[in-house]
Design a binder for this molecule. Sequence first.
Ligand code: BTN
Length: 312
Amino acid sequence: MLADGELISGAVIGEQLGISRTAVWNHLNQLQDWGVPVKKIKGRGYCIEGGMELLSRQRITEALSPGSKTLLRELHLLDHVDSTNTIARRQIENRVGSGYVCMAEMQTQGRGRLGRQWVSPFGRNMYLSAIWEFQGGAVVLEGLSLAVGVAMCRAIESFGVEDVMLKWPNDILLGGRKVGGILLEMLGDPVGCCQVVIGIGINFAMPEEAAIDQPWSDLGGHKTVTRNALAGRVLSELLPLLSGYADTGFQYYKPEWEGYDAHHGKKVQLLTPGKVVEGIASGVSDSGAICLEIDGKRSFFSGGEISLRSLV
Ligand code: BTN
């Protein structure tokens, strides 16, 4: 009711929802606690200045490519969740398979790589998790998270946004600052049939004061992008990639990944659990491992616990 930005009285909200004034007040407080800027105008009612675009099945579906429409089995839109990756994992336990996608307006326990938190305020950004099932186990999945990074760059660029790049393994950068991230979680048999949860977060309109411990960016300044259209284009790139990945592998996406590589030819530091390694970033292998040139020799590094830092 408030999303259109119009002023509405507490009495009308209560009447339309069939709830008391106190219940309306509690809901509005809840929205404010979630960071939704509900403005109270004394004696007249409430509004959200400028309105906000909530997730809409119709708008997301309108933005889907014909090919991705047939691959999308279920689109589950939620308000308030712990983590969309957790929701998707639960669906796998209920035997839901490839093509299930869930999105939420807000996550209370959004998670990132390396045990980090993913800041996920209400109605601001994109939080999406998809399920895909693969035969052949972990080997088939090599490089998948990097390939998904390529798909995200394509989706963002399709709106005419420039300066989109990737930081190994799969941070999405805009103007050199992190605008999105990808978290893959695998369930099932690591050498047989396994299910993967592909979690994607893209900052759309992050509040200025967000407590994020690294340089970040959002798509807010790009007026051509709307949250629902973004979700539609993300799925239009992601679902065909997932359905073809057992055949293409990462090899197919590698040249494009290297084209987006923000660090190519630059001096970097890799933080691994045991040690810190320095070298010149020199692309990636066919399985998505990063290549560093160290004292003229090329070495490859892969695995989840490594993070890359730029050395200027
Ligand atoms: C990273 O860069 O550290 C990965 C961030 C992944 C965030 C997304 S938001 C949707 C999905 N649900 C989560 O809890 N995490 C992923």
